[in-house]
Design a protein around this ligand. Structure first.
Ligand SMILES: Nc1ncnc2c1ncn2[C@@H]1O[C@H](COP(=O)(O)OP(=O)(O)OP(=O)(O)O)[C@@H](O)[C@H]1O
Ligand SMILES: Nc1ncnc2c1ncn2[C@@H]1O[C@H](COP(=O)(O)OP(=O)(O)OP(=O)(O)O)[C@@H](O)[C@H]1O
Ligand SMILES: [Mg+2]
Ligand SMILES: [Mg+2]
Lengths: 223, 223
């Protein structure tokens, strides 16, 4: 469903070239919950940005559902990002002067088959706080609004960069169980970047990165 | 060294009052590494903001080094924040158009006994990236700049809100070991909010919070 062939990305900074990703190869099947893990600076966010059409790779190919998104022009990428991708950013990116509920509603406005904002906010445990602004919410509460916003779009692929970083263990686990359930019920393909190794047994696939490349590709038979 | 007596903080939002902290009582000895832990929304950031003079409590007393900071006027609070406190925020708060090194240098400009920016950035493993801007750094790299910036000020108390949230296990451990060493060598009092329960054995004291109040106060004899 998702295929990466020899994907590379580098940043040129004066005389130095930083290789953020080098010769990255992997596949992810439709409806899988895949986890990308690895040390700080390994290239995880870089890969997710490429998968989400937020950034272009310099070498290699990215194919999703048969289409080569690495060859998309800007307009095709915009459509791809708007219709097919749900994104949870490493830094929550909520709109400060909209409430939690309004943040979710805005994200689903141009969506074909959105979920109800109230329902999704209940699913992440925020029914009591949905009329609050981000500045009136704790770090973990803001992170959950960001997750609700991405899920509500009912995307083909859901990309999450450290979705449980600011959550305590039990809230984090229930969020992951929620993502796992949605994965299985709606055939949504979920890719999660995390440092939390406790998550990896719940995934169908674990992609370990190191220094910009894939060091290990593990398939779990019974997650 | 640090004493909290019956500290409370609430937010009034229309008809509803949210009790962010209620009847909080604990002491922390000079030179201790204390960890505050607890579920999302428990009141941890609220407490840290009060300890750091960023926010005032509504009830109770906060005493540091014999002074009642809960009674400080705005000018005393400003001096307190500038000279005595190092703060690592839950969201990194780096200045986007200054490099990592410049961010640290700025923070130590009005400091009495700062550490060298270059040295501290080496301590957190960023000697190769100190001339980069925050947007050119990974999430974990930005978090480490924020930590370096707080440490370099050589403060009396160092307050860290989830300092290792975006770091992989091994980088996170080395950062905590660094904080633990500084605690012991410089008699700096360090207070860390974290969800990472693996950290708690390294602390001298663990304060567990739940629903705005302290549920458990544990002293480790041999951390
Ligand atoms: N705009 C940029 N310019 C230069 N270098 C960059 C840029 N963005 C990322 N990098 C570098 O590319 C490498 C990979 O970065 P990336 O953000 O993908 O890491 P990561 O695996 O997400 O790390 P973390 O766990 O710390 O968030 C890092 O060395 C980073 O410093
Ligand atoms: N400005 C505000 N207005 C209203 N309520 C607030 C405000 N700031 C915090 N709260 C509420 O106070 C409670 C405690 O918040 P706090 O940020 O201290 O939690 P926390 O323990 O840091 O949580 P997390 O682990 O999710 O970061 C939460 O229920 C939060 O929603
Ligand atoms: Mg990252
Ligand atoms: Mg918090």
């Amino acid at each position: 469903y998702i295929e990466l062939h020899k994907v590379g990305k580098h940043y040129r900074m004066g005389e130095i070239t930083i290789a953020a990703a080098t010769d990255v190869n992997f596949v992810i099947e439709k409806g899988e919950l895949a986890v990308i893990t690895g040390p700080s600076g390994a290239g995880k966010t870089t890969l997710l940005n490429i998968l989400g059409g937020m950034d272009a790779c310099d070498e290699g190919e990215v194919i999703l559902d048969g289409k080569a998104i690495s060859k998309f022009n800007p307009r095709q990428l915009t459509t791809y990002r708007r219709e097919d991708v749900g994104f949870v950013f490493q830094f929550y990116n909520l709109i400060q002067n909209l409430t939690a509920k309004e943040n979710v509603e805005l994200a689903t406005e141009i969506c074909k088959t959105p979920m109800s904002a109230v329902q999704v906010l209940e699913l992440v445990g925020l029914s009591e706080r949905m009329n609050n602004f981000p500045s009136q919410l704790s770090g973990g509460e803001q992170q959950r609004v960001a997750i609700a916003r991405a899920i509500a779009r009912n995307p083909k692929i859901l990309l999450c960069d450290e979705p449980t970083g600011a959550l305590d263990d039990s809230t984090g686990k229930s969020i992951l169980k929620l993502l796992q359930d949605m994965c299985r019920e709606t055939k949504m393909t979920v890719i999660i970047i995390t440092h939390n190794m406790a998550i990896t047994p719940m995934a169908d696939r674990v992609i370990r990165m190191k220094n910009g490349t894939v060091s290990q590709n593990i398939v779990n038979e019974h997650p």
